[in-house]
Design a binder for this molecule. Structure first.
Ligand code: NAG
Ligand code: NAG
Ligand code: NAG
Ligand code: NAG
Ligand code: NAG
Ligand code: NAG
Ligand code: NAG
Ligand code: NAG
Ligand code: NAG
Ligand code: CU
Length: 569
């Protein structure tokens, strides 16, 4: 009986995988990147958008589907599109970061991204990966279960996407160009946005505030994405609790919280039950700003959760929605208790025999200006320029070739393979770091991994210049976050904190301010994969490195051949 049962089950399994294969679809889209006039906060800016929309189009697919997206650049600046969190197994050419896997799509040019979603369910997103273009070129990527499969929770009555963004009363490209010229910090944003709208706590924004309708008693699956450029955000809804069910397109063991914290790059799927008296409730987002004494955008973005049966406001009576209380901008305790609540839904296979053990410091720094440099280019304190690094290497993008092409074609001189697996100098990373250690070297250094190697990376934040929480994102992979903590990672005592049973699978880790996080993954995807801080101001300063993963022996383990329309430099 048992054997028969098993056989039947495997026949059924086989059948269902054939059925779902048969149902896998290919979605075709045209993304026209263009200059668009957009008015926010009473002021009109000309910014880059996809198809004239801000945010850009939401892509909706099922796990197993393929996407073919033809990107045409009709704007004045270079662009590339990154499919944030998509594993891109053997299709690194479609990953998107400029000078890593492709050259920019120049004005007048085009490139068709082709890739398949495989084994990922939940919410991801897409964004430009060129300069600060992603400030206005971004959108959601919703991945539902395979046709015929269901969510691992009760099917919600309604679903909504909440993309958090950041808005400047300026062209964001001018903001970063100015900062790169002066060496100082870029101007902070003027507003945060939800689905492109600041909400009615800002001037001139009331009539466009995003409304999320609900019926009493129903459950809404809300997909929250932090697409902001430079700011971690707290997110909450007045009087309602969230049940967190997913993050970065992996399911998690459900837990209840009243506030979320997302670093740029992170997504969180939550269920919200409309179990409160019919009324209007603010949905609100505001900064989690962990760097001491560094200016940040201290405004609050809102949308409105509106019960359909909410009483109509009587004439002349203001009906302000219920406002939630939000954590203070420096509430690291709340941010930490949220990030450490994540678990995989069940026991997972965490790599245990580690082939490659890396220890990578991540933090800011300064560059001394040579005496001949004009003061206008040394606007960081004490005649310096801000910078950032990993293991004391401030990453410099190549400019005439991509790392992937150079690797694939064996072109020398584009990068070196000497990214250090450990900090070149050990010091008290989160102590009072002597200024002699503050200046990194610059370089285009990659670290090579053989196909199939198991990797552990201890990410260690530093107090150089200013300690700060960094959302560290790795392209081409999901990784387990097996532990995190404050201060210096101590191998003698902190390994006992490793969760090798049910750690969460993520693509972006929130590296605690003045702390550490440990990630593990198997290098099973060939290509050149950038790992970087997802605060764009920090990437520009060099808080990045590249893992170069070699092909495996099997055909299915090799990088596919480069598309014919791949942009060249
Ligand atoms: C940055 O802010 C300063 C001070 O408000 C302003 O003068 C400058 O024009 C801003 N730069 C950009 C690019 O908007
Ligand atoms: C909103 O407008 C008022 C009146 O014009 C002005 O005083 C205030 O500074 C503005 N607030 C913001 C955040 O721009
Ligand atoms: C942020 O704004 C709030 C008011 O919304 C104010 O109470 C607080 O002092 C501000 N904090 C900083 C650091 O500017
Ligand atoms: C947060 O900042 C406020 C002042 O803005 C300060 O009083 C408070 O001690 C800080 N809290 C933490 C946890 O650093
Ligand atoms: C600038 O230099 C002075 C004198 O060496 C020092 O006391 C101060 O801490 C420096 N400021 C920064 C932000 O590095
Ligand atoms: C690319 O630029 C680097 C640095 O300018 C130079 O050393 C290298 O030779 C160039 N490579 C190619 C293939 O043009
Ligand atoms: C390191 O940075 C953290 C966070 O800003 C701060 O609390 C701590 O005092 C700093 N440590 C030293 C020794 O400056
Ligand atoms: C980084 O390298 C530079 C140049 O060798 C050195 O001066 C500095 O002390 C190093 N800093 C760290 C943190 O390793
Ligand atoms: C666009 O990219 C090309 C390299 O492909 C580069 O030479 C050019 O300077 C870039 N243009 C801008 C405006 O950054
Ligand atoms: Cu950072």
């Amino acid at each position: 009986m048992v054997t028969m049962g098993r056989t039947l089950t495997s026949v059924l399994l086989l059948f269902s995988s054939i059925v779902s294969l048969a149902y896998a679809k290919t979605h075709y889209h045209d993304f026209v990147v263009q200059e668009t006039k957009v008015t926010r906060l009473c002021k009109t800016q000309t910014v880059m958008t996809v198809n004239g929309q801000l945010p850009g189009p939401t892509l909706e697919v099922n796990n197993g589907d393929s996407l073919v997206i033809n990107v045409v650049n009709r704007a004045k600046d270079n662009v590339t599109i990154h499919w944030h969190g998509v594993r891109q197994i053997t299709t690194a050419w479609a990953d998107g970061p400029e000078f890593i896997t492709q050259c920019p799509i120049r004005p007048g040019g085009s490139y068709t991204y082709r890739f398949t979603i495989s084994g990922q369910e939940g919410t991801l997103w897409w964004h430009a990966h060129s300069s600060w273009v992603r400030a206005t070129v971004y959108g959601a990527l919703v991945i539902r279960p395979k046709q015929g499969d269901s969510y691992p929770f009760q099917k919600p009555k309604r679903e909504s996407v909440m993309v958090l963004g950041e808005w400047w009363n300026a062209n964001p490209l001018d903001v970063i160009r100015e900062a790169m010229r002066t060496g100082g910090g870029p101007n902070i944003s003027d507003a945060f946005t939800i689905n492109g709208q600041p909400g009615d706590l800002y001037n001139c924004s009331r009539k466009d505030t995003v409304i999320v309708p609900v019926d009493s008693g129903e459950t809404n699956l809300m997909r929250v994405i932090n697409a902001g450029l430079n700011q971690q955000l707290f997110f909450t809804i007045a009087n309602h609790k969230f049940i967190v069910v997913g993050a970065d397109a992996s399911y998690v063991k459900p837990f209840t919280t009243s506030v979320l914290m997302l670093g740029p790059g992170q997504t969180t799927d939550v269920l919200i039950k409309a179990d409160q008296p019919p009324a209007r409730y603010y949905i609100a987002g505001r900064a989690y700003a962990s760097a001491q004494g560094v200016p940040f955008d201290n405004t609050t973005t809102t949308a409105i959760l509106e019960y359909k049966t909410a009483p109509c406001p009587a004439k002349g009576v203001s009906s302000k929605p219920v406002m939630p209380s939000l954590p203070a901008y420096n509430d690291t305790a709340t941010a930490t208790s949220f990030s450490t609540s994540f678990r995989s839904p069940k026991k997972v296979k965490v790599p245990t025999d580690i082939d490659v053990n890396m220890f990578i410091t991540a933090g800011l720094g300064i560059l001394q200006c040579p005496p001949t440099a004009p003061a206008s280019t040394c606007q960081a304190p004490n005649r310096t320029r801000f910078t950032a690094s990993m293991n004391n290497v401030s990453f410099v993008l190549p400019s005439n070739f991509t790392i992937l092409q150079a690797h694939h074609l064996g072109v020398p001189g584009v990068f070196t393979t000497d990214f250090p697996a450990n900090p070149p100098v050990t010091f008290d990373y989160t102590g009072n770091v002597p200024q002699s250690l503050w200046q990194p070297i610059r370089g285009t250094k990659v670290y090579k991994l053989k196909y199939g190697e198991t990797v552990q990376i201890v990410l260690q934040g530093t107090n150089i210049s200013t300690a700060e929480n960094h959302p560290i994102h790795l392209h081409g992979y999901d990784f387990y976050i097996i532990a995190e903590g404050f201060g210096n990672f101590n191998p003698a005592t902190d390994t006992s904190k490793f969760n090798l049973v049910d750690p969460p699978l993520r693509n972006t880790a929130s590296l605690p301010v003045s702390g550490w996080a440990v990630i593990r993954f198997v290098a099973d995807n060939p290509g050149s994969w950038i790992m970087h801080c997802h605060l764009d101001v920090h990437i520009g300063w060099g808080l990045a490195m590249v893992l170069l993963v070699e092909d495996g022996p099997e055909v299915s383990q090799k990088l596919q051949k480069a598309p014919a329309d791949l942009p060249v430099c």
